[in-house]
Design a protein around this ligand. Structure first.
Ligand SMILES: *Cc1c(COP(=O)(O)O)cnc(C)c1O
Length: 420
């Protein structure tokens, strides 16, 4: 396979790249080959649609457009303004949100803007702790969030793996946070946004919905929307929304100005207008029946995968999943997360190790794995195929001869590689 054969890379662009920089062209070809030769099950991954990639490669990649439509610091922004207004309108309509900001370059920078709009350095924030499924942008000491704010972590119950709302309420009363972050990045169940709203109201805190993983599901009506409950909803556009890598902020009308100023000029300079154009495309596509079908496949596939893992002796945390995500403990198989990840990768199954709640293993080893069906479902796989992938995972985890499993994952990957 060459770069040009990879779905959604235009022939012209690939030729120009090969002529100018054969080394990078070869490496991109290697990545296309890697992807076509194994099954991509990393939790945050999916495939941007060809239309999204075309918008990313379009002429707005070169445009400077600091500011917002109608209020730019640069000239020549007429098409860019209309593109951004369309992206904003589509986001507002898709999520029934009073206000949207489509400029954040990533989920993490969208979180930064949400904090900047609502908090001052040193304020207390209550968020899902990292080892229970939270994201590093919600309190990791290695991240600006943990350095600049006083984070307190809530977790999941030891017995059923679900968010412990009683603990959330007790911690909120104890610490009186200025904001509560609801949801995380490794939590496979729906989040009870209404319950979080109630707790936030009780302690007079802002509610930030961490919807990086769930926004694509919400768009398809496959998960409850946080938008009616949260003051600010933080989403990514590259996970199940299948857009460009990037962030998206939704908020109340009251917070619109503060959110906009927290993105530009507080935390970012010029908007990446090609990304904004690609977000507009993705947001329109996310309103179609094709997207609904994609999300249904991803969720049904994740359920089948979770069931197969349970049968193979790697129990899914929370007992299953409501989403495209599956987390499972590999400790009953006598494995660490690191060893499980290695065995699966050798069998052509690309997933990630992860800490399980109350993990006795050190963070460098972990006792769990985390996977998602976003890419496989985008390639056209559904419940039947992902159920089989789950069986292959079980065989890979059990050890034994890797070659038969490797042969079958390669066959599946090839069969579905060409589908956008
Ligand atoms: C994916 C995710 C992020 C981070 O997004 P990046 O674009 O990788 O910075 C933040 N929060 C949540 C809840 C996520 O799922």
């Amino acid at each position: 396979m060459t770069v040009a054969d990879a779905p959604s890379v235009s022939w012209e662009a690939a030729e120009a790249l090969r002529a100018a920089d054969p080394l990078i062209a070869d490496l991109l070809a290697a990545e296309a080959e890697r992807r076509a030769d194994s099954l991509q099950l990393l939790a945050g991954e999916s495939l941007a649609t060809p239309a999204v990639l075309a918008a990313l490669a379009g002429p707005l990649a070169d445009k400077y457009a600091d500011g917002y439509p109608g209020h730019r610091h640069h000239t020549g922004c007429a098409p860019a303004d209309t593109v951004e207004l369309l992206a904003i309108d589509r986001a507002r309509e898709l999520f029934a949100a009073p206000h949207a900001n489509v400029q954040p370059r990533s989920g993490t920078s969208a979180m930064l803007a949400a904090y900047a709009a609502l908090l001052r350095p040193g304020d207390a924030v209550l968020a899902m702790s990292l080892e229970h499924g939270g994201h590093l942008s919600a309190g990791s000491r290695a991240n600006f969030s943990g350095r600049w704010f006083r984070f307190h972590g809530y977790g999941v119950r030891a017995d059923d793996g679900r968010i412990d709302l009683d603990e959330v309420r007790a911690l909120a009363r104890e610490h009186r946070p200025k904001a509560i972050v609801a949801g995380g990045t490794s939590y496979p169940r729906h989040v009870d946004w209404a319950a979080f709203r109630e707790i936030a109201d009780e302690v007079d805190a802002y509610l930030i919905a961490a919807a990086g993983q769930t926004a694509g599901l919400v768009a398809a009506g496959a998960a409850p929307s946080p938008v009616p409950y949260a003051d600010v909803t933080v989403a990514t556009t590259h996970k199940l929304l299948r857009g460009p890598r990037g962030g998206l902020l939704l908020c109340t009308a009251e917070l619109a100005d503060r959110i906009d100023r927290a993105v530009f000029p507080f935390s970012q300079g010029g908007a990446a207008m090609h990304e904004v154009a690609a977000k507009a495309v993705a947001l329109a596509q996310a309103a179609t029946p094709a997207h609904t079908g994609y999300v249904r496949r991803a969720v049904a596939g994740a359920r089948a995968l979770a069931a197969a893992l349970a049968a193979a002796g790697a129990p899914p945390l929370t007992g299953g999943t409501d989403t495209h995500l599956v987390t499972a403990s590999v400790a009953p198989l006598g494995l660490t997360g690191v060893e499980a990840e290695r065995r699966c990768a050798a069998a052509g199954l690309m997933l990630g190790r992860c800490a399980v709640p109350y993990d006795p293993a050190p963070p460098t080893e972990t006792s769990g794995i985390r996977l998602g069906t976003g890419t496989c479902a985008a390639q056209g796989m559904g419940e039947a195929e992902l159920g089989e992938v789950g069986e292959l995972l079980g065989r890979a985890l059990a050890g034994g001869a890797a070659e038969p499993v490797r042969a079958r994952t390669r066959e599946l990957a090839r069969a579905f590689a060409g589908r956008p």
